[in-house]
Write a protein of this length. Structure first.
Length: 340
């Protein structure tokens, strides 16, 4: 089990290899901004800002009718805030996200205290709930918006120290908060989640929670318990949710996922014996779980928009930038290779 995990880990592409030169300098620049408040304040003056309103990102419609998150120039945001009656200090609450390939620092800012419609009119966009945004944005932009929302949410829910009850204060980048009384330093939190596509060699296993949109199925997922390894969490979740014993595991890739809060999704493939495929679904966790054939999955991958109300139910899968979709696509490729 572990050897297959190691071999896949070594074959997984490092994000830096997909980028051209400048990755190291950009990475070090972002790290410096996290540590140096003065540099970060200067970067904010020339940076790009992604606006949110009560954690919903601002999206603009492109000429092609698609959507993109609005990356506003810092000075424009400042002017808009002043026109809408904010005293200008709001801009300093921006939180550093990253640095673009054009070497511009990227920040996010929640303007929830301002009138939503007034900001939308000024910015020629709309604040769209993050779940809906995820189906409207391309693969490259959704993670940026998810990261911004996760950081803003963490700040909004971490204003007080959980040990002393005293206020916490953030650094300029927003990469940490410090208790004003004890000096305890807090960093943004994530919950590790294992997501696994189980196969019996011919079919793959997908489940749906009652909260999923109608007709949508995905790979099995579950939060890791304290003290568990990834492999232990995976075997436990599969046993708990569908009553199967996993035979082997291989690692695929990972992803930050903003729902329900900040999850760190660790994606794996797993196999069960073709003679041990009888499901015993825990209906307190899953509304349904079923084995799907390669044909069924291949046609579901072609469904790009969810069925409308009143239309017959049809199998559809998580959006392309969700790791669940990636695992399913990888399985389809492998099945086709093994059958050819
Ligand atoms: N990116 C993707 O493709 C997919 C992502 N997911 C995500 O995986 C996550 C976990 O899947 P579930 O089946 O819901 O998990 P799960 O099977 O562990 O069940 C959820 C329950 O676990 C408990 N729990 C334990 N630790 C928790 C924590 N740190 N935060 C919240 N609840 C905790 C709660 O009682 C909760 O009701 C979901 O939030 C979902 O958004 C799920 C499928 C696809
Ligand atoms: Mg689950």
């Amino acid at each position: 089990m572990l050897s297959s995990l190691r071999s896949l880990l070594s074959a997984t592409k490092c994000p830096a290899t997909r980028r051209c030169s400048g990755f190291v300098s950009r990475t070090r620049y972002v790290n410096r901004l996290k540590e140096d408040d003065v540099s970060c304040a200067a970067a904010l003056q020339n940076g790009r800002i992604f606006l949110f309103h009560r954690l919903s990102p601002l999206l603009q419609r492109t000429e092609r009718g698609t959507f993109r998150p609005a990356a506003l120039i810092s000075s424009d945001v400042q002017a808009i805030l002043e026109r809408l009656g904010s005293d200008g200090s709001l801009l300093r609450e921006s939180v550093l996200i990253n640095c673009s390939e054009q070497n511009q620092a990227q920040f996010c800012l929640d303007v929830g205290e301002l009138d939503q419609e007034a900001v939308e009119e000024e910015c020629e966009g709309n604040f769209v709930d993050l779940r809906k945004s995820f189906f409207l944005l391309s693969g490259a932009e959704a993670p940026l918006v998810a990261q911004g929302q996760a950081l803003l949410r963490w700040h909004q829910t971490s204003r007080f120290c959980s040990a002393t009850g005293q206020p916490t204060h953030r650094n300029q980048a927003g990469s940490q908060r410090v208790c004003s009384s004890s000096g305890t330093v807090y960093y943004p939190k994530m919950s590790p989640v294992v997501i696994v596509l189980v196969s019996d060699g011919k079919r793959c296993l997908l489940g749906r929670q009652s909260s999923f949109p109608r007709g949508m199925y995905s790979a099995l997922a579950g939060f890791c318990d304290m003290g568990e390894s990834l492999e232990e969490a995976l075997c436990r979740e599969v046993a708990e949710e569908v009553g199967l014993e996993v035979q082997s595991i291989s690692y695929s890739s990972s992803q930050h996922w903003p729902f329900p809060h900040s999850s760190f999704m660790l994606g794996c493939h797993a196999s069960v014996s073709p003679t041990d495929t009888q499901l015993d679904v825990d209906h307190t966790e899953l509304e349904d779980a079923r084995w799907f054939s390669l044909e069924e999955i291949s046609s579901a991958l072609q469904v790009k928009t969810p069925p409308r109300r009143g239309e017959p139910p049809v199998l559809w899968l998580p959006p392309e930038h969700a790791i669940g979709n990636r695992l399913i696509t990888e399985w389809v490729v492998r099945q086709r290779e093994s059958e050819s």
